[in-house]
Design a protein around this ligand. Structure first.
Ligand code: HPA
Length: 270
């Protein structure tokens, strides 16, 4: 694994002279962030040695290097979901590459269902903690100490410092936000009504099918994390109609502009 990560990183270093310290993962429908990137170098996943390839529509599958507001960034457009059939090491492979590449901060975004009755579709939620309901953990297996410790602490996974910075920027830009707990489970089914009731009782404010594995691994690697959920629909039982992926992408696209402005401005403060 270590050698493969080094090989991938070397390939990317040879392609792009720059060395961003910030990586941004774009969730479903939030790909518009790429329009904010200047001096772009785009590398499709299928050209990158050892990189998995993403399969869901609405997820393009490319790394975009460039600058946002003059700050160097690495943008992941399209991520690897557990429900696609990738094992957890593949789902989180990019985080290992981030670390080797010198990334210090990961901004992770997703489309999610609202499990908090005060939310409405279009709400942007800062993730302040997560609940792992994937039924597995991406760090299961032999531990390579070159990456991180066997038993990683998770008490500041979503950096309080970054959360504060994001809040200050949101207030300056007059962007409304919520702050809450993201619960991740495997999908690809949306939750049942009974499951959402259970998740609400557990303390979930948003439910989705990503982010948790990536955050577990990034935290393990010592990368600081800022997480933002775009609430695209109310979760089952709170929603008035059945879910459809197209609606999820639509609402995320509509919310995208606020999301992008917020992220583009926050980057300057990191
Ligand atoms: N549940 C799980 N994942 C999601 C949802 C949802 O309601 N909306 C967008 N991603």
């Amino acid at each position: 694994m270590f050698e493969r990560v080094v090989e991938t990183t070397e390939y990317l270093r040879n392609k792009v002279g720059n060395r961003p310290k910030i990586a941004i993962i774009l969730g479903s429908g939030l790909g518009g962030m790429v329009d904010y990137v200047e001096n772009k170098i785009v590398i499709p996943y299928h050209e990158i040695p050892n990189f998995p390839i993403s399969t869901v529509s609405g997820h393009a599958g490319e790394l975009v290097f460039g600058t946002v507001n003059g700050v160097e960034v690495l943008v992941m457009k399209g991520r690897f979901h557990y429900y696609e059939g990738y094992d957890m090491k593949k789902v989180t492979y990019p985080q290992y590459v981030f670390k080797e590449f010198g990334i210090e901060t990961m901004i992770v975004s997703n489309a999610a269902g609202g499990a908090n009755k005060n939310y409405v579709p279009g709400t942007l939620m800062i993730i302040n903690d997560h609940i792992n309901l994937f039924g597995t953990n991406p760090l299961i297996g032999p531990n390579d100490e070159r990456f991180g410790p066997r038993f990683p602490d998770m008490s500041n996974t979503y950096s309080k410092d970054l959360i504060n910075k994001a809040k200050i920027v949101a207030e300056k830009l007059n962007i409304k936000y919520e702050e809450g707990v993201y619960l991740g489970s495997s999908g690809p089914t949306y939750e049942t009504g009974a499951e959402v009731k259970m998740m609400m009782a557990m303390g979930a404010d948003a439910v989705g099918m990503s982010t948790v594995p990536e955050s577990i691994v990034a935290n393990y690697l010592g990368i600081k994390i800022l997480g933002i959920s775009c609430i695209t629909n109310m979760a089952t039982g709170l929603a008035t109609k059945p879910h459809a992926h197209e609606d999820v992408v639509d609402i995320a696209n509509q919310t995208g502009e606020r999301f992008c402005k917020w992220i583009a401005e926050t980057i300057k403060e990191l």
